[in-house]
Design a protein around this ligand. Sequence first.
Ligand code: B4P
Length: 187
Amino acid sequence: MFNLIIFGPPGSGKGTQSVKVAEKYQLKHISTGDILRSEVSQETELGLKVKHIMTTGELVPDELLFQILLNVLETNTDVKGFIFDGFPRTLAQAKELDKQLEARNSGITKVLSLDVPDDEVVDRLLKRAEIQGRKDDNRETIGNRLNVYKTQTTPLLDFYKNQEKLNKIHGVGGIEDIFNSICEVVD
Ligand code: B4P
């Protein structure tokens, strides 16, 4: 299996690029943000638990993400590989992902980290707020999401660097240009 992780601060274009990568390389796109938002909008038990956490921009507890991961792996057994978008976000999630993939004789092939400065991501997310009205796209929550990313998620960069899987991608510019940089790494 060919498994990618796409990594980056909120608004770095993970979702945008993942859709394109999934299509080109025929990978299953897994966005934990999309999965969680769908649970919230359907008002499932899980959705009700995470609604407030997501609105404030904090991370959903690891145990709930582990359940989601197991469900994803058990229901997608005949795929060529995955592109994980917004997952893992903590060291515990990264270790669990390695463990579960290893148990299936698989592993992470490459990690793509989109580099975008703070002022650019804030601009993008405020723009998206006007179009889509996502509850967590407001100035206060965006600030907290960036903080959470820096404190809880960036340590993963070293984790994957040590595994020699980390590839940094310049994430500012046209969507196609950024996609081409990603393809160079993947190819
Ligand atoms: P996510 O849905 O993953 O949200 P995000 O990190 O804010 O990124 P998003 O995908 O929306 O933005 P993107 O970078 O694609 O998570 C939301 C919440 O769910 C979290 O805060 C957390 O509470 C919870 N959660 C999710 N996963 C979790 C996990 N593993 N553990 C714990 N909690 C979890 O940026 C897209 C925007 O940028 C778009 O508006 C797009 O049009 C624009 N854009 C993209 N490329 C561009 C470019 N080149 N130039 C200009 N604009 C561009």
